[in-house]
Design a protein around this ligand. Structure first.
Ligand code: UDP
Ligand code: MG
Length: 316
């Protein structure tokens, strides 16, 4: 429905934030006279009163819907579930903790009206984040951009507006270990950026600790890039190329020419070169196996071969 805007809010233990975020979204959307809106709360197995709060709001407002997970499946799953049920011409994904200011929604919509198919919220400063978290995220973005084929904008957040075309494509992707952000970047489409300052979360604590973030980072690296697998192979080839000629040189110098330069290379040095050469072969074989795994991996995640923006064709 082109005049409907869906707002997806994943929640995990956000009892205090839910009424606040609802009021803030409502306030922002009431200024948008040309659009209707629906809010889809996706409760990701909260142990507090979040579900109760959501139900209360959904009963009082008939444009508020919810999905309640049977346990905690993680934010990526919650967002995906929301996207499956969103009916709007555009969909906005936002956190429940007010770190993604709802007052910016109108600006997201303006960019969409001006032709952007994806509007990505980019964080200028994150007030709550520690020095350690900031450096980890810097290293992560450097690494992943060096490794993967699609560029990922540093500090791009999950606060995004997606056109329904993008949502349709995103819903076709079947891979399980997913990072929604990275998948959206993979899809392409015309994008615009919205810069904002992330406040500290309104109430409660961030459920994403260091280890959850690490897991998410690993997932996105593994699914976005094959380079770590290939590195072992390159390393092996390098070792073969250096230790092979060295071994031949030692063999010729010592046993065929009977040490004309008086190097008197010891037995253990020769052994070391042989072992190095064999390790090189093993690593090169690992790299080769990595290529097979990589091709299996790309078959298994089953991404579409291409993504269309529009088409005018006759079906065969
Ligand atoms: N969240 C979720 N499932 C989880 C963890 C978090 O749905 O397992 C939601 C949470 O309720 C919030 C958003 O994801 O709306 C962002 O979570 P958080 O504030 O903990 O992450 P951060 O702001 O540190 O990225
Ligand atoms: Mg947060």
């Amino acid at each position: 429905m082109p005049n409907l805007i869906s707002i997806i809010i994943p929640t995990h233990n956000e009892e205090k934030n839910i009424p606040l975020v609802f009021l803030a979204v409502k306030k922002a959307m009431e200024m948008e006279v040309n659009y209707d809106y629906e809010i889809i709360f996706v409760d990701d197995g909260s142990d507090d009163e979040s579900v109760h709060e959501i139900k209360k709001i959904a009963e009082a407002n008939n444009n508020v819907y919810y999905l309640e997970f049977s346990r905690n499946f993680g934010k990526e799953a919650a967002t995906s579930a929301g996207l499956h049920y969103a009916r709007g011409g555009s969909v906005i994904i936002m956190d429940a903790d007010l770190q993604h200011p709802p007052s910016l929604i109108p600006e997201f919509i303006r960019k969409w009206e001006n032709g952007a198919e994806i509007v990505v919220g980019v964080r200028k400063r994150n007030k709550g984040a520690s020095w350690f978290n900031k450096s980890c995220s810097l290293i992560y973005y450097r690494l992943i951009n060096a490794m993967s084929e699609t560029t990922i904008t540093p500090h791009a957040t999950d606060y995004r507006l997606l056109d329904c075309k993008v949502v349709k494509e995103l819903n076709r992707l079947t891979e399980r270990n997913r990072m929604t952000r990275a998948l959206i970047d993979w899809l392409g489409f015309k994008r615009e950026y919205m810069y904002f300052v992330a406040d500290e979360r309104a109430n409660g604590e961030a459920s994403y600790g260091f280890f959850e973030l690490l897991k998410l980072a690993m997932n996105s690296m593994v699914s976005m890039s094959l380079l770590p697998l290939k590195l072992a192979g390159y390393c092996g080839i390098f070792i073969i190329l250096t230790s092979g000629p060295l071994g031949i040189f030692i063999f010729v110098e010592k046993y065929i020419m009977h040490d004309p330069w008086g190097l008197s290379i010891s037995g253990s040095a020769i052994l070391a070169v042989i072992i190095l050469f064999l390790v090189g072969i093993i690593l090169a074989c690992l790299g080769l196996m990595a290529l097979y795994i990589a091709s299996i991996h790309s078959e298994v995640i089953n991404r579409p071969l291409y993504v269309l923006r529009k088409s005018k064709v006759k079906s065969p």
